[in-house]
Design a protein around this ligand. Structure first.
Ligand SMILES: [Zn+2]
Length: 356
C-alpha cells in the first residue's frame, strides 16, 4: 500500500522513470479519452488522472511523492536522465529541493517557492485550458445536433401498384421505404473515443429499409397520390418528420377494361348458346358473378349492358358492358361433328347470298 494511497504511475499507465516532458503527452491522451464532456462515465477516471498528473508534472511534488512512496530510489532512470534532470531544473529556475541545500534565506526560499508554484500552476492551467478548449471545440462539433436549428425530414415518394379489384375494395400493402435513423452504435455522436464510428462511418445516422403497412382506401383512382403524414425521413434536432407519398398505379386487368365508371369486357359464348339463348354468368369485381340473359339468336359481337354493376365514383354507378363472341371449342367430339353435319343438311339458308 502506498503512503499517499494512490499509485499515480499506475493510474497514468507509465513507469516511474518517465520524463516530465512525456507525461504531458500521456496526460493529454488520457484526458481526451476520459474528459466528462466526451465520456460521461469518465468523470472519476478524469479526476484521478488529473490528480496524478498534477503531482507528477511538478518536480517538487513528484520528488516528495517518489520519496514518500519509494519510487525515487527504485526508479530505473535512463542513462541520460541526469542531463534531462538538470535541464528541467534550469528551466524551473529553482526548486525547494535545491534551495534547501543552498545558502539562501528562508524568506527568499519562500519567494522562490511561491514563484515556482505560480509558474507551475500557470503552466498547468494553460495546458488544461488548451485541452478543454480543444474539447469544447470538438464538443461543439459533436453536439451540433443540439445547437443547430431543427431540420425537417424530407418527403419520400414511392410507387405502389395495385390490381383493379384492389382499387375497388381497398387493400393493405407493405411498402419498402429507405429510411434514415440515428446510428445505434454511436447514438448520433459520430465518434466513439475520438475515432470515427465504424457503423455509420462518422455520419451519425444509418440507412435502413423500413417496411410500412399502408392502407389503400376503396375506390382509389389510377395515378392518385396518397399522403402519409410523418412517415417520410426523420426530422433532425426536433424538426418535423417528412411525409410519405404513395403514387397509386392500377395494373391493367386481364378481363375488364375501365371506361369512366363502366367496366367493359368480352365474353365467349358457344354456338348453341348463341342460337338458343339463356343465362350466362359474368364475373364481377365485387366477388360474386352477375347473370346476363342472352336472347335467342344472339349474334357474335352483340353488346349487352348489365346496369349498376360497374364502378362507383362520385355517387354514380357505372355498368358492365359485355361484348359476346361466338367461340368454337378446340376439341369437338365425333358425335358433335355428326350433329353439325345434320344441321348443315337441315339448313337451307345461304348466309352469303347477298354479299354483292
Ligand atoms: Zn455511428
Amino acid at each position: 500500500m502506498l503512503k499517499s494511497g494512490k499509485n499515480y504511475y499506475e493510474i497514468l499507465g507509465v513507469t516511474p522513470d518517465i520524463e516530465t516532458a512525456q507525461l504531458k503527452a500521456v496526460y493529454r491522451r488520457l484526458a481526451r479519452k476520459f474528459h466528462p464532456d466526451i465520456n460521461p462515465d469518465g468523470e472519476k477516471m478524469f479526476k484521478d488522472i488529473t490528480e496524478a498528473y498534477e503531482v507528477l508534472c511538478d518536480e517538487t511534488k513528484r520528488r516528495q511523492y517518489d520519496t514518500l512512496n519509494g519510487f525515487f530510489k527504485s526508479a530505473k532512470k535512463p542513462e541520460n536522465s541526469g542531463e534531462t534532470y538538470r535541464k528541467t531544473f534550469r528551466k524551473a529556475t529553482e526548486s525547494s529541493f535545491q534551495t534547501k541545500s543552498s545558502s539562501k534565506t528562508s524568506k527568499h526560499q519562500d519567494e522562490i517557492k511561491f514563484k515556482n508554484s505560480t509558474k507551475d500552476e500557470k503552466f498547468f492551467t494553460e495546458m488544461i485550458n488548451d485541452i478543454i478548449d480543444g474539447f469544447s471545440k470538438t464538443s461543439k462539433k459533436k453536439h451540433t445536433k443540439k445547437e443547430e436549428k431543427p431540420v425537417n425530414g424530407a418527403d419520400i415518394y414511392t410507387d405502389v401498384s395495385i390490381s383493379l379489384k384492389e382499387s375497388i375494395s381497398g387493400t393493405h400493402k407493405i411498402v419498402n421505404v429507405m429510411q434514415t435513423c440515428v446510428c445505434p452504435k454511436c447514438r448520433g455522436r459520430k465518434f466513439i473515443n475520438d475515432s470515427k464510428c465504424s457503423e455509420c462511418e462518422g455520419k451519425g445516422e444509418i440507412i435502413t429499409h423500413q417496411k410500412i403497412n399502408v392502407t389503400i382506401p376503396a375506390k382509389v383512382k389510377d395515378g392518385a397520390k396518397l399522403r402519409l403524414p410523418g412517415e417520410g425521413k426523420k426530422g433532425i434536432n426536433g424538426g418535423k418528420n417528412g411525409d410519405l407519398y404513395l403514387k397509386i398505379t392500377i395494373l391493367p386487368d386481364s378481363f375488364f377494361s375501365v371506361d369512366g365508371n363502366d367496366l367493359t369486357c368480352e365474353v365467349p359464348i358457344s354456338p348453341f348458346e348463341a342460337v338458343l339463348g339463356g343465362d350466362i354468368e359474368i364475373p364481377s369485381l365485387n366477388g360474386g358473378n352477375v347473370l346476363l340473359t342472352l336472347p335467342e339468336k344472339t349474334k357474335s359481337g352483340q353488346v349487352f349492358r348489365i346496369s349498376g354493376k360497374g364502378l362507383k365514383k362520385n355517387n354514380l354507378v357505372g355498368d358492365i358492358i359485355v361484348t359476346v363472341r361466338i367461340q368454337i371449342p378446340d376439341e369437338i367430339s365425333d358425335e358433335e361433328i355428326n350433329l353439325y353435319r345434320k344441321l348443315k343438311n337441315l339448313s337451307g339458308k345461304n348466309l352469303r347470298e347477298n354479299l354483292i
